[in-house]
Design a protein around this ligand. Structure first.
Ligand code: FAD
Length: 493
């Protein structure tokens, strides 16, 4: 069998021309399209391979957004908070977790109320409430479409369209070839945003990138989530608290049985439903074989898991039944851009300041006690090709720090910034590399994104990080300053 086929050259119809083309409508791409339109881009095209927006956030049954606040202030706002404000207004009760007004409170009753929900109470002393939001996935899916609908004069949505190849001429990205039921066509754009999560476009643009995350990170696993109904969540919660050893043993036994890291249904949702997560470790989420194996291994063992649960904790699971299986597989990291700046643990340990900061985010990383770090524009800017931006979980980071950057808030934050930068580059007639970064920062602040060293941002933000010396006070940070060689391994790339 020949292992190469030379595809004959042919002519492709041009489907459209636009100012900004966003490929992928996950957290990053959806935010990029919305932000670009709000920043004035007249014609935005949002291309998505599936028939809905959200990516992992909706299709892979992810259900919570962590660490939007640090100490007493909400550092992550912008489109991220807008999701929840809109949902609560349309469908009260479709989000839950500590409220905005409770951030930083040390109220024992409130902390007890949320203590069983991950990331809602600060890990360090003094314990206080942290804004982390749990949400109803299908309601979010509806909300994301409504946001696009409101901007329908500026954003054209192309669902069921798979971006397959960037068009690069003289090191400038000019558009994308895509596949759909209508065949192979072209969209030309002044700026292209690769928000596919897997670098589907930048990988073919000849720019530097790396594959996978460190194998000790969370991101080195594929998850096929599913839902069950009929669980007695109150019983389950009490049982887990009083039987921690038995709970651990049951999870271990279940994993042994199915042959991958599995857990008993444990994420309590309203209406006695539960989410079931698993981890297929050491897999490459951009490999056809690995994706297929993770999905079929999960489905082939679902009935076994249900039977096991019923027998292990009948009080909780006696009436449990399979409700649904996530329509898309949950993937965290396949490819990482090696862009104009590569984020490393140094940025957390030393609180690096960036002149081109586009997001100032509290994160899940514990080495600086989850304090805000600065993400620069250069982390979404590929080397060597202009007019291509790469926000979201495939941004420029080393194999370790990608694990702290591929969370929903950072995907939305970098997506929102990419959209604004693209709109401003188009408006001012510059390339994405030469964009007026001060104008980008100014519009971001107007879009409710707090940024450091910006006159329009309330002073209390700077005062708070200065009071705690940004995050340079943890033992690990001190160790890194005293012995930088130990950390240099994370600076490569
Ligand atoms: C199981 C699991 C649990 C997680 N838990 C949490 C959590 O609790 N909290 C948290 O904050 N984060 C969590 N994460 C991480 C977070 O959900 C994701 O990293 C984040 O949502 C990724 O957003 P994204 O837009 O960069 O990528 P994606 O969500 O992957 O979006 C990419 C979009 O592009 C589309 N696409 C891909 N390729 C193409 C193409 N070639 N053409 C057209 N469209 C394309 C996809 O269909 C998708 O809609 C979790 C992730 C997983 C997998």
């Amino acid at each position: 069998m020949a292992n190469i086929y030379i595809e004959p050259s042919n002519e492709l119809p041009v489907y459209a021309e636009c100012d900004v083309l966003v490929v992928g409508s996950g957290a990053a791409g959806h935010s990029a399209a919305v932000a670009a339109a709000r920043a004035g881009a007249k014609k935005v095209i949002l291309m998505e391979r599936y028939g809905y927006s959200g990516g992992d956030v909706t299709g892979a049954y992810v259900l919570m957004v962590p660490k939007l606040s640090w100490k007493t202030l909400p550092f992550v706002r912008g489109i991220q908070e807008e999701w929840f404000e809109r949902m609560e207004k349309s469908v009260p009760g479709s989000t839950w977790g500590p409220r905005m007004e409770d951030i930083g409170k040390q109220d024992k009753t409130l902390m007890f109320r949320w203590s069983h929900k991950m990331d809602t109470v600060s890990p360090s002393e003094p314990k206080m409430l942290v804004r982390s939001v749990y949400y109803d996935g299908p309601q979010l899916e509806v909300e994301l479409d409504l946001m696009l609908h409101e901007l329908r004069d500026q954003i054209q949505v192309l669902y069921h369209s798979w971006g397959t190849k960037p068009i690069i001429e003289n090191n400038v990205c000019k558009g994308v070839i895509f596949e759909s039921k209508e065949g192979r066509k072209v969209v030309f754009a002044k700026v292209v945003i690769d928000a596919t999560g897997d670098g589907d476009l930048y990988r073919q643009a000849g720019v530097p990138y790396e594959h996978l995350s460190d194998d000790a990170t969370r991101s080195h696993a594929i998850t096929v989530a599913w839902r069950v109904g009929g669980v007695d969540n109150d019983y389950l919660l009490t049982w887990r608290k009083s039987h921690p050893e038995e709970w651990r043993a049951a999870n271990k036994e279940l994993s042994k049985m199915v042959g991958f890291s599995a857990s008993l249904p444990s994420w309590d949702e309203p209406f006695n439903n539960c989410l079931v997560f698993n981890k297929h470790l050491g897999m490459d989420c951009s490999s056809i074989a690995d994706l297929t194996k993770a999905e079929t291994d999960t489905r082939n063992t679902i009935r076994m898991v249900i039977d096991y649960c019923k027998q292990a904790i009948p009080g909780a699971y006696r009436n449990m039944y399979l409700l649904s299986i996530g329509p898309q597989t949950g993937v965290r990291c396949s490819n990482r851009l090696l862009g104009e700046y590569v984020m490393t643990p140094y940025d957390w340990a030393f609180a690096t300041e960036h002149d081109d900061v586009i997001a100032w985010h509290s994160t899940i990383c514990r080495i600086n006690d989850c304090a805000p770090i600065e993400i620069p524009y250069r982390a979404i800017l590929p080397k060597g090709v202009d007019n291509l931006l790469c926000p979201g979980r495939h941004l420029s980071a080393d194999p370790v720090s990608i694990d702290w950057l591929n969370l929903i808030p950072q995907c939305i934050g970098t997506g929102q910034a990419a959209g604004v930068a693209a709109a401003i580059a188009v408006e001012k007639g510059t390339g994405a590399h030469d964009v007026d970064i001060r104008a980008v920062q100014s519009v971001l602040v107007d879009q409710n994104v707090p940024l450091p060293r910006n006159d329009k941002v309330e002073k209390c933000y700077t005062e708070l990080v200065e009071e705690f010396q940004h995050g340079l006070y943890t033992d690990l940070a001190k160790k890194a300053r005293e012995n930088p060689d130990e950390f240099n391994q994370y600076r490569q790339g």
